[in-house]
Design a protein around this ligand. Sequence first.
Ligand SMILES: [Zn+2]
Ligand SMILES: [Zn+2]
Length: 241
Amino acid sequence: MWTNLRRALSAGVDLFLPPACLLCGQLLPPGCDPQAFCAECQATMPPLGNSHCSCCCQPFPGTSSQHLCATCLQRPPAFSIVHAACSYQERVKDAIHQLKYRNQVNLAQPLGKLLGKALDSAEVSFKPDCIIPVPLHPCRLKKRGYNQALEISRPLAKKMQVPIDTTLLQRTLKTPPQQGLTAAERRSNLRNAFIVTTTTSARNILLVDDVMTTGETVRECCRVLMKNKIAEVQVAVIGRA
Ligand SMILES: [Zn+2]
Ligand SMILES: [Zn+2]
C-alpha cells in the first residue's frame, strides 16, 4: 500500500516538475521532449566522424577518410552498409550499459530516437519492409526480462512506420559472452547461433542492435538472413566501437 501511495505521489509530483534527463538527472528546459537526453549528455554523443569504413563504419584513427576496412575487404559482409549513431564512448557507453545491465529500459527511447536522427541526417533512401532487432537467446531474454535491441527498435519503427519482426530470426545457440574474445573466436562462437524460422515476404530488412564492436554478431545474423531470399540487409546501431 505504501509503495502504491509513494508511486502515486511521485507521479503527481512529476506532473508539476519539468522532465529530467534520463541519463544524468539534470532538469530539461521547459517544452523539451521528456524522453530526451539533456544538451550536455548529447554533446558527448556526437555523430560518427568521417573517418570510418564506408561499409561497416569501423572508425579509423587519424584524419578523415572513408574506404573499406581490412575486414570488409577480406570478408565482404552480407549487409550492404552499417549506420551508426555515434562512436561507442563516454555517456553513450554508459547509457547502453545501464540499458543492458541495470534495467534502465526507459533509456531505449532516447537511444532509439538518437538512431532515428542519425538515419535522417544520413538521408538514407533505403526503405525496409521490416525492422529486425538482433535476437537474444531465450535464456538470456528470460534473465534480463527484455531485449534491449527490440526496445531501441520501437521508437525507430514508429518514426519510420515500419513493422518490427521478432519471429523471423531466432537465436538458438546459447553462446558464452563475446567480451574478451578475438574476432576469430567470436566468429566460431557464433557459428550456427541464429536461424531463420519462418518464411517472409520481406525483401529489405533493417537489422538493429545496441552496439557493434567486432561486428561478428551482425555479420552472422545477416549471413543467415541473406540465405533466405532477402534482397538487402542494412544495419543500424547506436554505438560503433
Ligand atoms: Zn544528461
Ligand atoms: Zn568495414
